[in-house]
Structures are given as structure tokens and as C-alpha cells.
Design a binder for this molecule. Structure first.
Ligand code: GSH
Length: 374
């Protein structure tokens, strides 16, 4: 993508015994059908053992999270706008709120979250080892990570792209930065992208990698870095909190990668993955219907059966249970306790000057689209 160019890209089945015997019967019929469908699935053992079983793949994490009544969410403590540890010990930010979205959906309590601070380099090990149940940590979904890190990536909560930040007045374009030193965080997509981008432009570069952003900032202030490269959203947040003030830094116009930042869970638990993913979808769908934390109660009286189902209201004498292992009112709890996608964005990212851009709803030309809850 060229300089100055606009960036425009692009269940264990959870059986809930209710007094409603009809519903149980319908469930058992569905279960038999699923089993039949699976046995028909000749030659594809992997599908039968995994996602092919709909709400049946794994479920251990979903069960352990429910038992513990808390979600251990891998995140960060010093990323302005996304996840910042406050003096009172709470976490504030866009990613922190998506940890709460998952807790509100699964446990009905947005505060049932243990925010686990992870260094960039340690995040996949923490996920693989079970130290955390989910990662919501400005983590880019890539093929290699999907393939070798034992991670299942879900609906991105922020579509980003990599950029370059420099001292104001020092450089106008990446093309002017041949032979410079660029500072990045280690264990990130950022490192490799800098090398590829400079090579693509026919420029020499030295990449200096640091464990975290505090160290990058120190090096930058100490004059060791000509440029600081990271996801644009991060650069925006970091610039806003820069000790010499935001105006002392410029983010160059070029965006030179796709960085879909997505929640990730450990491979092998399709039920847990589905629960997390549908929690994120709820924020998007709620925004599409104009349902907010403020007005959600009025929607409980909606005449629209789609909205009623979404909020866990009875339609034709039954509450929809799609077999995701989520409580019927999960979307209501997400919106009521945390808000819809737009509210979360406005709370944390709009104040930084970030625009919705590709993170707008599909109806507004963006990439955010939730499948129907039916
Ligand atoms: N999205 C990229 C970069 C994510 C990342 O970890 N960035 C670093 C560099 S800004 C970060 O979050 N640092 C926060 C910190 O370690 O303080 C990835 O998944 O590799």
C-alpha cells in the first residue's frame, strides 16, 4: 500500500433442563440429528472431533470458567485506550471492556474478570499453558499464529494496520527513512512487517526490538530510534500519553499491513470459542439495531421477533437456545452491563481521535457484521 494512500481493505453440549418439556424434546431430537450428521461425516475425523460437533467440541474451558465464576483474560496494563491498569487496581480500555463483554455473556457479571497482564512475547505461551482462558490483547490474527501457536482466533474486535511514528518534523514519509533505526516490540507482527516494508521500498533499515512499550519509549526519547513502528491504534494511544506531548510526534500517513486484532482461545474447545465469539457478535448486532446500555430495557418489549430472540425474550412460547452454552439473556447482559460496539469504541477510542473507519458496521461501509442469531 502506497504512501499517503487511504487504508481501505478491505459445546460438551450444555444441557439446560427447564420445566419446558417441549423444549427438551426438541433439543434431544436436535442432538440425535447432530449425531447422525456426524456419523455421516465419513473421512473427516478432525471435523467430527472439533467444530463439526457444534456445541460439543471440548467445553472444558467453558465448564472451568463457569465453575470458577471468573474469566482469566490475558491483556495489558499500559496500553492507552486499550488496557490500562488504574490506581484503584481496575483495568480500563477497549480490550479491557471486551474481557468484560465475555464475562457478562458467559457469567452474567461483567466484573467477573481477572485481567492478567501479559508481555507481548509471553501471550501465546500463557494461552497454551492455560494461564489465561482468552487473550484480548491487541493480537493480530495471522495464518502462522493460527497454525502453530495453538490459538483459535475469533471475530476481530478491531481492524488495524501498522504505521510509523516519528519525531515531529523529522520525516514526512517512510520513503525518506532509508538507513534509519526503527524501534518495535519483540514477538510482534510489527518486527517482520518493518523488514518487509523497507525491503519492498528498496530501503535499508535496522530494527531494534524491545520487550515492551515503556522500553521503546525510553529508547526513543534517548535518541536511539528514528522511528517507532506499531499498530496505528497503539501509536495513537501512545502518542496521546507521550511525556513531551502528542504534538512532538507525528504518525506518518502510510499503513503497511493488515492487523486484524482478535480475541483468541486455546485450540480444541469449540464450545468455549463459540461462546466468546458470540459475545463479541452481540456488541455488533446490538449496535446495528440501535440497542444501547441505556435503552436495552425498552427493547425487551420490542415487536420484532429477531430482537426478542436476541435479548432472550420468549417468542411463540419458547426462548431460543442455539446450543452455544450461553445463558438465554447473554446479549441483554452484554449490552446492559458493558454496551454495544459503538459505545465501547466511543468510550475509549474516540477520545484518542481514532475514527471508526473500517471498524464501522457493514451497513456503514465497514467490516463489522454479525451472523443472524436464529
Ligand atoms: N498486533 C501486533 C502487535 C501487538 C503488540 O503486542 N504490540 C506491542 C507494541 S506497542 C504492545 O502491545 N506493547 C504493549 C506493552 O508491551 O507495553 C501483534 O499481535 O503482534
Amino acid at each position: 500500500m502506497g504512501e499517503g494512500q487511504e487504508w481501505a481493505v478491505d459445546g460438551e453440549v450444555s444441557i439446560v433442563l427447564t420445566k419446558n418439556s417441549k423444549r427438551l424434546l426438541a433439543f434431544l431430537v436436535a442432538l440425535v440429528l447432530v449425531a447422525a450428521a456426524c456419523s455421516d461425516d465419513s473421512g473427516d475425523d478432525e471435523a467430527a472431533d472439533g467444530d463439526g460437533e457444534t456445541a460439543g467440541g471440548g467445553g472444558e474451558v467453558l465448564a472451568s470458567v463457569t465453575d470458577a465464576n471468573v474469566i482469566r483474560c490475558g491483556t495489558r496494563d499500559a496500553l492507552p485506550g486499550f488496557a490500562v491498569l488504574q490506581d484503584d487496581g481496575s483495568h480500563q480500555g477497549f480490550d479491557s471492556d471486551f474481557c468484560r463483554v465475555i464475562a457478562a455473556a458467559v457469567l452474567g457479571d461483567a466484573e467477573a474478570v481477572e485481567h492478567v497482564d501479559l508481555e507481548t512475547d509471553d501471550r501465546f505461551t500463557a494461552l497454551q499453558s492455560g494461564e489465561v482462558d482468552v487473550l484480548v490483547r491487541n493480537t493480530t490474527w495471522t495464518a502462522s499464529r493460527d497454525g502453530v501457536e495453538g490459538a483459535t482466533f475469533l471475530q476481530p474486535n478491531f481492524y488495524d494496520g501498522q504505521g510509523m511514528m516519528v519525531a515531529a518534523g523529522s520525516y514526512e514519509s517512510v520513503d525518506d527513512m532509508g538507513g534509519t533505526v526503527i524501534c518495535v516490540a519483540s514477538g510482534t507482527t510489527t518486527e517482520g512487517n518493518v523488514a518487509s516494508e523497507f525491503s519492498r521500498r528498496g530501503l535499508e533499515v535496522e530494527v531494534l526490538s524491545f520487550e515492551n512499550t515503556d522500553l521503546i519509549q525510553e529508547a526513543f526519547i534517548g535518541g536511539r530510534c528514528d522511528g517507532w513502528s506499531a499498530d496505528r491504534s497503539q501509536l495513537t494511544g501512545l502518542r496521546s500519553a507521550f511525556p513531551d506531548g502528542p504534538d512532538s510526534l507525528t504518525i506518518l500517513p502510510a499503513t503497511f499491513s493488515k492487523e486484524p486484532l482478535a480475541p483468541a482461545v486455546r485450540d480444541g474447545d469449540a464450545a468455549w470459542a463459540a461462546a466468546v465469539e458470540w459475545a463479541v457478535f452481540a456488541t455488533i448486532q446490538a449496535e446495528e439495531w440501535g440497542i444501547t446500555s441505556e435503552n436495552v430495557d425498552s427493547f425487551l418489549e420490542s415487536d420484532d421477533p429477531n430482537i426478542q430472540r436476541f435479548l432472550g425474550v420468549e417468542v411463540d412460547g419458547a426462548v431460543l437456545d442455539p446450543g452455544l452454552g450461553l445463558p438465554a439473556d447473554y446479549a441483554y447482559q452484554v449490552v446492559k452491563q458493558v454496551g454495544n460496539y459503538g459505545e465501547i469504541f466511543d468510550r475509549h477510542l474516540t477520545p484518542l481521535g481514532l475514527e471508526r473507519g473500517v471498524n464501522s458496521l457493514w451497513l456503514d461501509g465497514g467490516l463489522l457484521y454479525a451472523p443472524p442469531y436464529k
